[in-house]
Design a protein around this ligand. Sequence first.
Ligand code: ADP
Ligand code: MG
Length: 390
Amino acid sequence: MTKNSGFPICLLEQPIENRAKYFHEFTVAHPLLVKSTKQVLDTIKNPEGYSIFMVIGPTGVGKTTLRKKVEKIVIQEMLSEMENDKSFIPIVGMEIVSPDSGKFSWIDYYKRALQELNEPMIDKKIDYDQLFLKSNFKSKYALTSKKTTAMELRKSLESAFHYRRTVTFLIDEAQHFTKMASGRRYQDQLDTIKSLSNMTNVIHVLIGTYELLPFVNLSGQLSRRTIDIHFPRYKADSNDDLYIFNSVLKTFESHMPLEKESNLIKYWDFIYERTIGCVGILKNWLERCLNEALHEGYKSIDFELLKKHSLSLSKAEKMAIEAIEGESTLEDNEEKKINLHKILGINSSNGEKTTNIDKCGKSVGKNKKKHNVGQRKPMRDEVGQLEKAK
Ligand SMILES: Nc1ncnc2c1ncn2[C@@H]1O[C@H](COP(=O)(O)OP(=O)(O)O)[C@@H](O)[C@H]1O
Ligand SMILES: [Mg+2]
């Protein structure tokens, strides 16, 4: 019998479907998920003039999990208001599906967004006609007419946001925005989202993979009205990250309703290699192993089974390359700091030459050794003070 099981032992007596379902629904509130969720919640509650946010992270890090968590928390907080006013939808999430044609379609986008805003209303059986007759809302027409143009659909969406009093719109798989029809530029896509967000006063949160980076770069250049939240993987070059990732692995294992311990931690390096430190990839992998173990009647998961269901090396390598490239764009590092210092004319500690310009535009003080920003003059600190500051 499993010693450190986190699942109710009675599950072992239950049908395999129940056991699989238990693990499928099990969620770990690991630190990077908690941190990113808090960042998103703080940002949507205090947008401070920003209208678009981007949440970016590698495939399988848990972005959709984060989206659902945010939706749930906001809805719980607004529940009593929503019960009083059944048409009120404070937060809406949708997923952009990969376009059949390979190209992003605004018509498809608006239709899906409208569906997300309509469905809960149908479920709750509120006074649909009354509400939209009053407001001239033509969503039914918009959704069924074949000839509806993107502009008409957009107007319907603007009305829907207005009457739903929507505050936040979470757009998952937003990297598909970058797959445009020829002739359209990233700038056009971003402008359309921005104008919708400004017209409706609805905060748009774009959640996607590092393929969204062209948008991040563009919005950084053009406007301060976007903000980026990075939801990264656990990294192998950080002991803290590895420790947490391995704790997540142990937690998952303890919630897999099997008769015996598998002691997967023995294979942590192989597991890290094939997940690149993404918790969602790990969860999907363990689920595949569990399902086979349950169907075949295995008591635990051995290395063979683990290997059978792992991602291939080449797939893991592709994910790693994408993630590392994205991280280097989004995260601050020493190289970027040195570059910025160079641009600003701030000397680095190695005595590199710096040219300062006086108010007449002349170069002055060449080769003068300057002090680094943020670095105290060594002699000013007494030894005791430095120790205390640590
Ligand atoms: N913290 C977590 N605890 C349990 N399962 C998780 C967690 N994060 C992700 N998953 C699961 O892993 C899979 C992939 O996660 P997902 O959120 O879809 O990743 P992404 O959207 O970043 O690709 C999903 O089945 C999801 O339920
Ligand atoms: Mg997702």
